[in-house]
Design a protein around this ligand. Structure first.
Ligand code: 5GP
Length: 190
């Protein structure tokens, strides 16, 4: 029997909003049949991150080659580094019936929305911009200049909220994850 093609779920929200934490929480629901799309990036690995788990880490040259060869569903430059979604991997997982989650910033997400009108677009907001700054600073792994760039980018990212069908506030991780779980289940029933 052919299984139904998996959903494409796009989750955006300013850096530091807690997308990864929320994702880890809703992925505990195995019936959602989620596969996370691991992006390619030219940024440096942060302490605790793993190759092939958090990202595929490549050089700028390798990334540019992937762009030229059409291997990316979307890509962008974010605070000086490239980030992109490997196309073949996403297609393979969806063909296997997996519901694929992309955790990407807004510009890449708008490109996905154009290319794949059936993508389920979810935006996660912080309880406030002050709280977001606190969270970005709490990470303590980045220089002040990078923190400032991420904060400026966060302000710009917030202006895209209207482009998303679903908007979820991450004040409480368990609640945000539960709301996203409901959204995915409803779309799986369609
Ligand atoms: P970070 O450096 O904090 O891991 O990621 C920076 C931003 O890039 C985050 O908003 C993250 O969601 C986004 N991002 C990660 N992978 C991709 C990708 O493949 N494409 C796009 N457009 N953004 C990505």
């Amino acid at each position: 029997m052919m299984s139904k093609r998996g959903l494409l779920i796009v989750i955006s929200g300013p850096s530091g909003v807690g997308k990864g934490t929320v994702r880890a929480e809703f992925m505990k629901n195995e019936d959602l049949n989620i596969a996370y799309s691991i992006s390619m990036t030219s940024r440096q690995k942060r302490p605790g991150e793993q190759e092939g788990v958090d990202y595929f880490y490549v050089t700028r040259e390798e990334f540019e080659k992937a762009i030229e060869e059409g291997k990316l569903l979307e890509w962008t430059e974010f605070v000086g580094n490239y980030y992109g979604t490997p196309l073949e991997y996403v297609n393979k997982l969806r063909d296997e019936g997996k519901n694929v989650v992309l955790e990407i910033e807004v510009e890449g997400a708008m490109n996905v929305k154009n290319k794949c009108p059936d993508a389920i677009m979810i935006f996660i907001t912080p309880p406030s911009m002050e709280e977001l700054e606190r969270r970005i600073r709490g990470r303590r792994t980045e220089a002040e200049e990078i923190v400032q760039q991420r904060l400026a980018k966060a302000e710009r990212e917030m202006t895209y909220v209207g482009q998303y069908k679903y908007v979820i506030c991450n004040e409480d991780v368990a609640l945000a994850a539960e709301l996203i779980t409901v959204i995915i289940r409803r779309n799986m029933e369609k």
